[in-house]
Design a protein around this ligand. Structure first.
Ligand code: NAI
Length: 482
């Protein structure tokens, strides 16, 4: 804490470097800068108290400062223990007009390499304003902020919280940490979550995994406030999840290991949007890529794209690199790891670390040698070793710096628009999960086409009538899949 601002970051001395990189990123994020120009005078987010849980990177700094320029009061935490870029976090706290001694920016609670208790402490700080009130808006990535509010309300009402996942030891540890927090908050302020939750107008959710959680809550009738699924804007999942991963997967592998990818066999589990970007990036480096899928449609796409399709069980012994992209759990087991090649590289790029059985690995008797932060070599009894990136957590953010600015500009433009939609029309939503309308998706795309120097063809009135669309769009029906 310094002055009026409460925060916790690794080192405020990094703020100057952070500001320089944020300034470079602004130029690469034309969508966010266009939204600033469009709305800065109107201040449509004045009165919004936004709690944000999303990887605290340079790109996220530009998102935070866009929300602030539109009038919002913001608090932030990272949604992953390894993904914070400490210089970005410090620069956001200092703000554009503050100094290290007198920061005037946004409270951030995030640093690279948090422990699990620290992670949930940061999440709680981000959800509590110093005046004892909570947020009226949540911006989430993976759903942990939303989860804490829901568990808090359940705990205050019943004295118990349903386990996140009882049969998963890794999650039981997380469950115990959350339970500790909720006990402490109940003791300090017995009505905090039940008092705060009704003021929350809604949440905008960034990623596939968080969106899955929201649809499950809505189906069970347990969703406490409306939600906008940002992930399934076309200009999010078909760009960030695919082209972002195409860039940042090999960035993470290279910075983590510097192993030549060309000529190696790479096994990619999952061929959804993330899997497609992952497989393409590995092939781009000359790897021979094998894809594992459960969904025959995605498996057929992988074959048509020229990849071999097999199972993890069959391909695991010949793979030099194994990457999970499923958003599902238990994809790579200890039995798989014990059959891997000597010095095979194992990493996950899906949202949570339960894709790879890290808890099982720790119990297996294999010994861990830390090569450097976020790169561990695990030695099995037979002498063979495997190299595990980011302890099974998303490696593009743990071993590298996540997706680059331009693609995050498309994602975050959708985030800002979704916050605007929810906050400025609070009475238009039920406790359900919504997607943004197509004309806003096309608006985000248009800004980025123009920024890249692309020239759009204009429909004639005649052609538009023939197709049955408006000259200005939307150009496709809802069922179109891109
Ligand atoms: P998706 O649903 O499009 O793709 C996942 C694919 O995995 C599906 O095709 C599914 O059929 C397949 N799958 C599920 N279980 C499987 C199994 N047991 N074996 C083989 N394949 C299986 O989801 P998307 O958008 O590709 O996201 C995947 C994960 O990546 C999510 O957790 C998401 O939150 C995360 N994500 C991570 C990013 C990052 O920067 N690291 C960026 C965007 C998303």
């Amino acid at each position: 804490r310094s002055g009026d601002l409460d925060y916790k970051v690794a080192s405020m001395a990094l703020a100057d470097f952070g500001r320089k990189e944020i300034t470079l990123a602004e130029h690469e994020m034309p969508g966010l800068m266009a939204l600033r120009r469009e709305y800065a005078e109107v201040q449509p987010l004045a009165g919004a108290r936004i709690s944000g849980s999303l990887h605290m990177t340079v790109q996220t700094a530009v998102l935070i400062e866009t929300l602030v320029e539109l009038g919002a009061d913001v608090r932030w935490a990272s949604c992953n223990i390894f993904s914070t870029q400490d210089h970005a976090a410090a620069a956001v706290v200092v703000g554009k007009y503050g100094t290290v001694e007198e920061p005037k920016g946004t409270p951030v609670f995030a640093w690279k390499g948090e422990t699990l208790p620290e992670y949930w402490w940061c999440t709680e700080q981000m959800l509590r304003w110093p005046d004892g009130q909570g947020p009226n808006m949540i911006l989430d990535d993976g759903g942990d902020a939303t989860l804490l509010v829901h568990k808090g309300v359940a705990y205050e009402k019943t004295g118990v919280i349903p386990s996140i996942n009882e049969d998963d030891p890794e999650y039981s540890e997380e469950y115990a940490v959350i339970l500790d927090f909720l006990r402490a908050s109940l003791a300090a302020d017995p009505q905090y979550w039940t008092r705060t939750a009704p003021s929350i107008i809604g949440v905008t959710e960034e990623t596939t995994t968080g969106v899955n959680r929201l649809y499950q809550l809505a189906a069970a009738g347990e969703l406490l406030f409306p939600a906008i699924n940002v992930n399934d804007s076309v200009t999010k999942s078909k760009f960030d999840n695919k082209y972002g991963i195409r860039h940042s997967l090999i960035d993470g592998i290279n910075r983590g290991t510097d192993v030549l990818i060309g000529g190696k066999v790479a096994l990619v589990a999952g061929y959804g949007d993330v899997g497609k970007g992952a497989a393409e990036s590995l092939r781009g480096q000359g790897a021979r890529v094998v894809v594992a899928e459960i969904d025959p449609i995605c498996a057929l796409q992988a074959l048509m794209d020229g990849f071999e399709v097999s199972t993890v069980d069959k391909a695991v012994e010949r793979a030099d690199l194994i990457i999970t992209t499923t958003g599902n759990k238990d994809i790579i087991t200890v039995a798989h790891m014990s059959r891997m090649k000597h010095q095979a590289i194992l990493g996950n790029i899906g949202h949570f670390d339960n894709e790879i059985d890290m808890a099982g690995l720790a119990r297996s008797g294999a010994s861990k040698i830390e090569i450097k932060p976020q790169v561990d070599e695990w030695r099995f009894a037979d002498g063979h070793t495997i190299i595990v990136l980011s302890a099974g957590r998303l490696l593009n953010l743990g071993n590298a710096t996540g997706h680059p600015s331009f693609v995050m500009s498309t994602s975050f433009s959708n985030q800002v628009i979704a916050q605007l939609e929810l906050f400025t029309k609070p009475n238009e939503w039920d406790k359900e999960v919504y997607r943004l309308p197509k004309h806003l998706d096309e608006k985000v795309a248009k800004i980025h086409v123009e920024a890249l120097g692309g020239e759009l063809t204009k429909l004639s009135k005649d052609q538009a009538e023939y197709l049955g669309v408006d000259v200005e769009g939307p150009f496709k029906p809802e069922h179109y899949r891109y």
